[in-house]
Design a binder for this molecule. Structure first.
Ligand code: THG
Length: 688
């Protein structure tokens, strides 16, 4: 008997080789309806483990005979939804248990003391695409899919598999549900096994719904799978770049299980063009050049393919890989480093009913497309992440609105989402709809541990990062000392008790407005800056974020822009990684003149008793002038103006300027060619 924890141990020692194709091997046998258990079940490969177990056993043996380490159960489509196509939806546990037990028995027969053989419980897709809005394919939920995969996993675990294999995945939301289902099956059976998750990329290097390999990796790692990789689809040639990228960026073992090339149709049969030699060459490169740890064959691969693969990479020790750990978020399309360089990462604040009257009106009217437009505007303005808040005192359906909006945003914007709600059911609704890796905003200790205990399990299940506010039972922390103490308390609970990593945590040290002039708040911005510095120093690996505009609440808009910008500058110097802002409203620090910087510094750093008065006076006096300030590009040539606009990140009017620059180039060229042609014959086509 194989020790069930030994799959990961073996993987540390040597490259593991999976078997070849189950589906196309069955097809090649030309079975008839009676083999499948009658005409109604013809083509149901997964039912063969009951109707013709000898056939399935023969295929397992054909691969074990050529020396593979791992065989896959014949259960690729053995979930309730796909078995339902044959009326077998009530046989899920039976069938998976039988398939696993069969593979277990055969694998154990080949096991030797120094070389165990393993069984991978194959779990293919449900046939649905939960993150789409397709009326048929999108018509399921995360919760339903988690149930579906929990049931299948239970059968596989009870039958004795060594590893659960989620494969040929097309939709990251389905993968998330599969992992959640598998973990539930671990709880129910009391047996925890490794999880290996493999996505399928097309020739463009993206999954069916447009997800790139970076986003897939970020989501899979955040779900804490044990092995991640690629299978099926294109054959090894098109996998090279993504495989290399995974090996250079993921800290997990990487698996690659390609088809025998892209099939073509010959007389109604799919023919797989890749030779055994070519597959062995590819795996040789993947293992010895890139450091892939698990190889195998998908559709079209035969025992002969796997015999050559074993010959070439069998017994190889995995290359040592040690990519740096980089905390990232992901949308349904691509991934972003949580900490952008240069800092700060910009969290667009406008998709927020609490912070924008326009968004509030749109959501009261259920105009979700309108809200998506606001989000797009934030992204165009430079947001790296979108903060999303739909709370309305006028309505009771925050979770439903969040669910609808998140689904739409996930399909519409490339930027990952920050779910801004303190209600656990709203956070859950958002995460169950999101195919990427989100950030939860936020937890705190206002009511003791209540919110932490309600929300952090959701972060663990969904692999989300978490913003934590420095608020406890006594209220919002005002001093750096208290900000750090609360941050430390939250840090210790979520890392020690929930197993989050420091890099999953983003502390918001909060700041108060300086506009009241009250003595007790005079040093509050300084305390925030210092709080950020101390949190970053004392809790290594965590991030710091801040809703910057609070500092200027109540002041005039043009004065706010300056104060926000100077304050942001100090916070970033203290270690701030992220800022919740309206990206369109940030005044670049470089554009603020020295006098204004000094006035803002006096206020922020509490350097003068009358700093607030002087700050307000200055901006009252300079208001008119500011607003009439001449366009600095007015006297520039189009080329100079474009240069200035790029330098200052101003998009307004750039298209016009480019048109004018192009026109002047064309005019220049024409006048050159005219002057050249003057000495020659006149061009007849130029004669009007
Ligand atoms: N920390 C964390 N999360 C937060 C905050 C924070 N989420 C909410 C808020 N604070 C950040 N979001 C906003 C959104 C909008 C505005 C400020 C912060 C804003 N709104 C305009 C105003 O008030 O003048 C409204 C203009 C309009 O109606 O369009 O400035 O601190 N973790």
């Amino acid at each position: 008997m194989t020790d069930r924890s030994s799959y990961m141990d073996a993987l540390r020692d040597r490259v593991l080789i999976y078997d070849g194709a189950m589906g196309t091997s069955i097809q090649a046998l030309g079975l008839g309806p009676e083999d499948f258990g009658g005409p109604a079940l013809e083509g149901c490969n997964d039912h063969l483990v009951l109707s013709r177990p000898d056939v399935v056993e023969g295929i397992h043996r054909s691969f074990l005979d050529v020396g593979v380490d791992v065989i896959e159960t014949d259960t690729f489509r053995a979930n309730r939804l796909t078995l339902g196509e044959y009326g077998l939806q009530d046989r899920v546990v039976d069938l998976n248990r039988a398939a696993a037990a069969l593979a277990r028995r055969v694998a154990d027969e080949y096991t030797t003391p120094d070389r165990p053989r393993f069984v991978a419980g194959s779990m293919g897709p449900s046939g649905y695409l939960p993150s789409t809005s397709d009326p048929t394919l999108g018509n399921t939920t995360y919760a339903e899919l988690a149930d579906v995969f929990a049931e299948q996993a239970r059968g596989l675990i009870e039958g004795g598999v060594d590893v659960l294999l989620i494969e040929t995945s097309q939709d990251m939301l389905e993968v998330k549900a599969a992992v959640a289902g598998i973990r539930r099956a671990f709880d129910e059976t009391g047996i925890t096994l490794p999880i290996q998750a493999q996505v399928t990329l097309d020739t463009s290097g993206r999954m069916l719904l447009g997800t790139d390999i970076e986003a897939a990796m970020v989501v899979l790692e955040s779900l804490r799978v044990d092995v991640l990789g690629l299978n099926c689809s294109t054959g090894p040639e098109h996998m090279r770049q993504p495989v290399r990228w995974l090996c250079e960026n993921s800290r997990l073992p990487i698996s690659v299980i390609p088809n025998a090339g892209i099939p073509h149709n010959e007389a109604g049969r799919a023919v797989y063009p890749l030779t055994a030699q070519a597959l062995a060459d590819a795996h040789d490169e993947f293992v010895h050049q890139f450091g892939v740890g698990v190889v195998g064959g998908c559709c079209g691969t035969t025992p002969e393919h796997m015999r050559l693969v074993v010959e070439r990479v069998g017994g190889a020790a995995p290359l040592h890989r040690d990519p740096p750990k980089v905390p990232r978020t992901a949308s349904a399309m691509t991934a972003y480093d949580l900490a952008q360089i240069p800092a700060p990462t910009l969290l667009g604040e406008r998709v927020n009913t609490q912070g924008s009257r326009a968004v509030k009106r749109l959501l009261l009217a259920d105009d979700y497309e309108g809200v998506v437009e606001v989000g797009r505007g934030q992204v165009e303005g430079g947001a790296h992440l979108l903060d999303v808040c739909v709370a309305l005192t006028e309505r009771q359906d925050e979770a439903d609105q969040m669910r609808t909006l998140v689904k739409l945003l996930a399909q519409s914007v490339e930027t990952p989402l920050v779910i801004d709600s303190t209600e656990a059911d709203v956070v859950r609704a958002a995460l169950e709809q999101y195919p990427g890796r989100a950030v939860i905003n936020s937890i705190n200790l206002e009511n003791g541990r209540q919110r932490v205990d309600a929300v952090v399990p959701l972060a663990v299940e969904h692999g989300a990062a978490v913003v934590a506010l420095t608020i406890d039972e006594q209220g919002m922390a005002r001093t750096a000392e208290r900000k750090l103490a609360i941050a430390r308390r939250i840090h210790d609970i979520v890392t020690a008790e929930y197993g989050l990593e420091p890099g999953d945590l983003i502390f918001d040290a909060l700041t108060f407005t300086l506009a009241t002039g009250e003595e007790e708040y005079r040093r509050s911005a300084l305390e925030t800056i210092d709080g950020i510095r101390r949190i970053k120093a004392e809790l290594p690996g965590v991030f710091a974020s801040l809703g910057v505009s609070n500092v200027s609440f109540g002041l005039q808009p043009h004065a706010r822009a300056v104060l926000n910008s100077v304050f942001l500058h100090h916070c970033v110097e203290a270690g701030l990684d992220m800022a919740i802002v309206n990206p369109a409203h940030i005044t670049p620090y470089a554009e603020i003149d020295q006098q204004q910087r000094d006035l803002a510094d006096d206020l922020i750093l509490a350097r003068h008793e009358d700093a607030l008065e002087r700050f307000i006076d200055y901006f009252q006096e300079h208001e008119a002038q500011e607003e009439e300030a001449a366009d600095p590009t007015a006297d520039m040539t189009p080329d100079e103006a474009i240069h200035w606009k790029i330098l200052h990140r101003k998009k307004e009017g750039v298209e016009d300027l480019v048109d004018r620059a192009v026109q002047s180039r064309v005019a220049e060229l024409q006048s050159n060619s005219n002057s050249n042609s003057n000495s020659k014959q006149p061009d007849p086509t130029n004669e009007a």
